[in-house]
Design a protein around this ligand. Structure first.
Ligand SMILES: Nc1ncnc2c1ncn2[C@@H]1O[C@H](COP(=O)(O)OP(=O)(O)OP(=O)(O)O)[C@@H](O)[C@H]1O
Length: 262
């Protein structure tokens, strides 16, 4: 098992402590995971391990059946789509949106000497359209709203047709309309036959798209609970993770949570 991603007793040590602490985790084809946890729990570190952009201090990571090391990580990168605000920050503001998406095929953030064929152009246009931002293809990255940038980021991450899609806080900073449009796009993507396996990090249960299958709750670098989403997303488990007494509800495949009042 763990044919997409397998972590065995993975720790990452920084500043004299384990920021990821003995994590075991398996992600299989077709699964869509959400990772939740308080600030500093280790969620982004875990995503970076899954992206072969961070390496364990101890333990082993396998991506798509290949044990990951610094030497072979670049070969794995085209198989992994990644979107995060750190990556968005590296894209020059003057870059044309069509190029922002096309350069995702090479995992670079600015158009230089790579060559593209008609199929690449068609794919970039198709992805922008499927994320509802096809009309922005000729605009510059700097001219987009944060919600539009997030959707362009997902289109870019999908450009190399990855087998694993990693989304680090894709809905952060979006207004209600922008968040709902993005989640709708992700739910549509989740239900496509050839959709990649997905891992999404968020701070808010309301930002979990319908159709996600599994959840991990992280705390202090550990995987406190991990498994099928309805087993993990309970008031008791989520409350334990965030140190709160919570009520959690699910309706139409979406979750909502709030602190319990006396
Ligand atoms: N190079 C480093 N040296 C020391 N500590 C680090 C280093 N990199 C990360 N950390 C710490 O590791 C912890 C986990 O960070 P990480 O970004 O993975 O958490 P997170 O759950 O994504 O947090 P947030 O929800 O706030 O984005 C944090 O306490 C962070 O300060």
């Amino acid at each position: 098992m763990g044919d997409v991603l397998q972590l065995k007793q993975v720790s990452v040590r920084r500043g004299g402590r384990n920021i990821v602490d003995h994590v075991d985790w398996s992600v299989d084809e077709g699964e869509r995971w959400v990772i939740l946890g308080p600030n500093g729990a280790g969620k982004t570190s875990l995503i970076q391990l899954a992206a072969a952009r961070l390496f364990p201090t101890s333990g082993g990571v396998e991506i798509l059946g290949t044990p990951v090391g610094r030497a072979n990580a670049p070969e794995l990168h085209p198989l992994i789509g990644l979107t995060s605000s750190a990556l968005d920050a590296r894209i020059p503001g003057s870059e044309r949106i069509h190029d922002v998406v096309r350069t995702g095929a090479y995992g670079v953030t600015t158009h230089w000497r790579e060559s593209y064929d008609e199929e690449d152009d068609r794919r970039a246009r198709g992805l922008l359209a499927s994320l509802g931002v096809g009309h922005l293809a000729d605009r510059t990255f700097a001219s987009l709203s944060s919600g539009e940038r997030k959707r362009v980021g997902v289109a870019r991450a999908l450009m190399p047709d990855p087998e694993l899609l990693l989304l680090d806080e894709p809905a952060s900073g979006l207004d209600l309309g922008g968040r709902e449009e993005l989640l709708d796009s992700l739910t549509t993507l989740a239900h496509e036959v050839y959709a990649p396996s997905m891992i999404l990090v968020t701070h808010h249960v309301e930002e979990i798209p319908a159709g996600f299958t599994h959840a991990m709750l992280m705390k202090d670098g550990t995987a406190l609970h991990a498994g099928p989403i309805d087993d993990v997303m309970t008031s008791e488990r989520l409350g334990q993770c965030f140190g709160l007494v919570l009520d959690i509800e699910k309706s139409g495949g979406r979750f909502a949570a709030r602190a319990r009042t006396a």
